[in-house]
Ligand binder design. Structure first.
Ligand SMILES: Cc1cc2nc3c(=O)[nH]c(=O)nc-3n(C[C@H](O)[C@H](O)[C@H](O)COP(=O)(O)O)c2cc1C
Length: 300
């Protein structure tokens, strides 16, 4: 028997896999399906205070090693957030992802999430295609610190901070920790573009989007490894996992849990079981009794 359960701050999970934000939209039934498929927890898509329609199509394009998307944070706003959480009624662990332009917006949404049974909030400070509501915030360590400390002062559920690639990324990780964050979520998609050579224009209506999938996995591994050496709070790894070996690599680099995103488009919900079984197999084959035994082992 190997133990797959993990604890991230006050959050206990039956195993270290989670559904990544945005992948299955904002339907309670789809989030529940991911949980039933084996996920230890699910993360909602990012909610903003006011509803957002997002960008016009095309909003996603496939590239050889992943996808580039520019959904534009489409979501039904705070009323939609209340209604999805009322449907879930705390039946399974849901972490609510929230996005905004000001600390006040994050605070208001975090309070709604807590009041309606969310087990944690994930502050999306890293969307590469949402003007003033994404990477600009995460790339400014002082703003990261302000938002995190204001949210921490109003909720008791764990607060996770999702960051993306920027020159200040490690400083932002450290500031988030100083402000009381319970964990980091690394990484979001990376700003990218695809051009249709016959039309001679960018394919996405927003021109730029965020690259996800296997193309970003080695970048995520490097980021998790570097952050693990600078902070003591748990790290949740996300970016390009499509096999259990990819997930184990994140754990060895220092992640306490992993999130699955684009892989669901390729492999369906069965990816959760595939990864959980693979981690179990790896632990047994190497003589470990708990998944906690391998977190950060690549640093030894
Ligand atoms: C279609 C799509 C929508 C996404 N929406 C969100 C979102 O609302 N909030 C967020 O923090 N990340 C969002 N992401 C980023 C993912 O949560 C994840 O960080 C990223 O896709 C990298 O993981 P992956 O390579 O496993 O997909 C989205 C990704 C995709 C592909």
């Amino acid at each position: 028997m190997v133990d797959l359960s993990i604890r991230i701050g006050k959050l206990w999970l039956r195993n270290p896999t989670m559904l990544a934000s945005g992948i299955l939209g904002d339907k309670a039934s789809l989030l529940e399906r991911a949980y039933r498929a084996g996920a230890g927890a699910v993360v909602t898509k990012s909610f903003t205070r006011e509803p957002r329609e997002g960008y016009v199509t095309p909003i996603i394009v496939g590239v050889p090693c992943g996808f580039i998307n520019a959904v534009g944070l489409a979501n039904p706003g705070k009323d939609g957030l209340r209604s999805i959480l009322e449907k879930i009624k705390g039946k399974f662990p849901v972490i609510v992802s929230i996005a905004g332009a000001t600390a006040e917006e994050f605070v208001e949404l975090a309070i709604i999430a807590e009041e309606h049974g969310a087990r944690g909030v994930e502050l999306n400070l890293s969307c590469p295609h949402a003007e003033k509501r994404g990477l600009e915030i995460g790339a400014d360590p002082r703003t990261v610190e302000k938002i995190v400390s204001e949210v921490k002062s109003v909720v008791r559920i764990p607060v996770f901070v999702k960051l993306g690639i920027s020159d200040n990324m490690i400083e932002s990780c450290v500031r988030a920790e100083n402000a009381g964050a319970d964990g980091l979520v690394l990484i979001n998609t990376i700003k990218a573009m695809k051009i249709d050579i016959w039309i001679k224009k960018p394919i996405l209506s927003n021109k730029f989007g965020g690259l996800s999938g296997p193309a970003i996995h080695p970048i995520a591994v490097r980021t998790i490894y570097e952050a693990y050496e600078q902070v003591d709070i748990p790290i949740i790894g996300v970016g390009g996992i499509i096999s259990w070996e990819d997930a184990v690599e994140f754990l060895l680099a220092g992640a306490s849990a992993v999130q699955l995103g684009s892989a669901i488009a390729w492999k369906g919900y069965g990816i959760f079981k595939e990864i959980i079984d693979g981690i179990k197999y790896y632990l047994k084959a190497n003589g470990f009794s708990s998944v906690n035994d391998i977190i950060g082992l690549a640093h030894n």
